[in-house]
Design a binder for this molecule. Structure first.
Ligand SMILES: *Cc1c(COP(=O)(O)O)cnc(C)c1O
Length: 379
């Protein structure tokens, strides 16, 4: 498969414009090839402004941002960190980099960390004598977790909140934009995310000391003296100036990207929710979504086993779709991890399907995909 194979519809291909290319060329021509430079600083300021926080630190990935955010929060070997079980593995991988153990929490009706399970999980984990040193709610597919419920529970238990908004770049809400809900938030600009630097991420925060320390660790913990002096272990985690130039160019389009993705999701809703037992993910009652991916769910009482059948029919028509994230408590690498489950995540994994949602999609493309989905339902 090649990018110019127009008949194939991909899940979420990156969009690169002439201005993106010009921005990268200009950054290269400026001579700022060393990782830091004026585009990186400007990108950080623009992201902080867009999220509505005072500091942003450009990093090589969202995963690096989770790693250093947790490190600042004091996560140590043997600690527990709460992670929703429906997320990309990176959320939990970063926990293990610090020698801590992810504890998986099932999801609510928004498919995000279920606040009803969090208080009980913390008490029961603490009863074992170990620390619960952070919680990482994820804004799944760009949809905000239930922060109005999660924040007071975590504050009461004195558990720091790191918001994994990797999929939620551009999600805005009157109560706060994605990335602004915790002590720090994590954004990703990986290739398939809403805006991309090919690879890259950002830690956003109102905590000046947190931003300063993460920036320091990410540049090899280099002390401010003429020679390389190290009092702490460092990481090579900074975003490069060239990639930041690409990020700035992409960021100019973010509102238009979100509007288009939300439009695509409504096109799917108009076509697919005509059938009983078919639901396209909606905004939660407490907030918004960038509709990064349009996700459909088939009611198992009406359409048992449908998700798999739809996916293979789409594939035979050269349309890419993907199951919802496989719950992390079912992943071989996390076998035996402590989990607090209701069955919601496993149900969602069986019945959900991510549909093509790339910004370049036209209404005819959504028609083509929807007709295949509806055809599979008739079988
Ligand atoms: C993509 C993603 C990450 C990791 O971001 P990278 O920039 O790819 O390291 C973390 N969490 C979630 C939920 C993601 O979707």
């Amino acid at each position: 498969m090649t990018p110019e194979d127009r008949s194939r519809i991909l899940l979420s291909p990156p969009v690169v414009t002439r201005s993106d290319i010009d921005a990268v060329v200009a950054a290269m021509s400026s001579g700022w090839l060393a990782p830091v430079g004026p585009d990186l600083q400007a990108f950080e300021e623009e992201i902080a402004q867009a999220v509505g926080v005072s500091h942003a630190v450009g990093l090589s990935s969202g995963t690096a941002a989770i790693h250093l955010g947790l490190k600042y929060m004091g996560v140590r070997p043997g600690d527990y960190v709460l992670v929703p079980t429906v997320t990309f593995g990176a959320t939990a991988f970063a926990v293990t980099y610090l020698g801590a153990e992810p504890v998986f929490i099932d999801v609510d009706e928004s498919w995000n960390m279920d606040p009803a399970l969090v208080g009980g999980a913390i008490s029961s984990l603490r009863a074992s004598g170990r620390r619960v040193s952070a919680a990482i709610p994820v804004d799944l597919y760009g949809t905000l977790a239930n922060y109005p419920a999660l924040i007071p529970i975590l504050a009461e238990a004195e558990v720091p909140l790191l918001e994994d908004a990797a999929e939620a770049v551009g999600t805005t809400c009157t109560g706060g934009n994605a990335g602004s809900f915790g002590q720090a938030g994590v954004l990703s600009f990986n290739g398939n995310k809403l805006i991309t630097t090919s690879g890259g991420g950002m830690l956003v925060t109102d905590d000046e000391e947190l931003a300063r320390k993460v920036r320091f660790w990410a540049t090899q913990s280099r002390e401010d003296v003429p020679w390389y002096e190290h009092e702490e272990i460092g990481y090579n985690y900074r975003l490069s100036n060239i990639l930041a130039a690409l990020g700035r160019s992409q960021l100019r389009r973010v509102a238009a990207e979100v509007a288009k993705r939300r439009q695509i999701r409504e096109w799917y809703r108009d076509r697919l929710e005509t059938r009983e037992g078919v639901l396209v993910q909606s905004d939660p009652r407490w907030g918004g979504s960038n509709a990064w991916l349009s996700v459909v769910r088939f009611d198992p009482r009406i359409h048992p086993g449908t998700s798999t059948r739809v996916r293979s029919l789409l594939d035979s028509h050269k349309v890419e779709s993907r199951p919802v994230w496989k719950p992390l408590h079912l992943q071989p690498v996390f076998a035996g991890a402590t989990s607090f489950l209701t069955g919601s995540a496993e149900q969602l994994f069986r019945d959900g399907l991510c549909l093509p949602s790339g910004t370049a999609m036209a209404e005819e493309d959504v028609d083509r995909v929807s007709n295949i989905v509806l055809e599979a339902l008739q079988v």
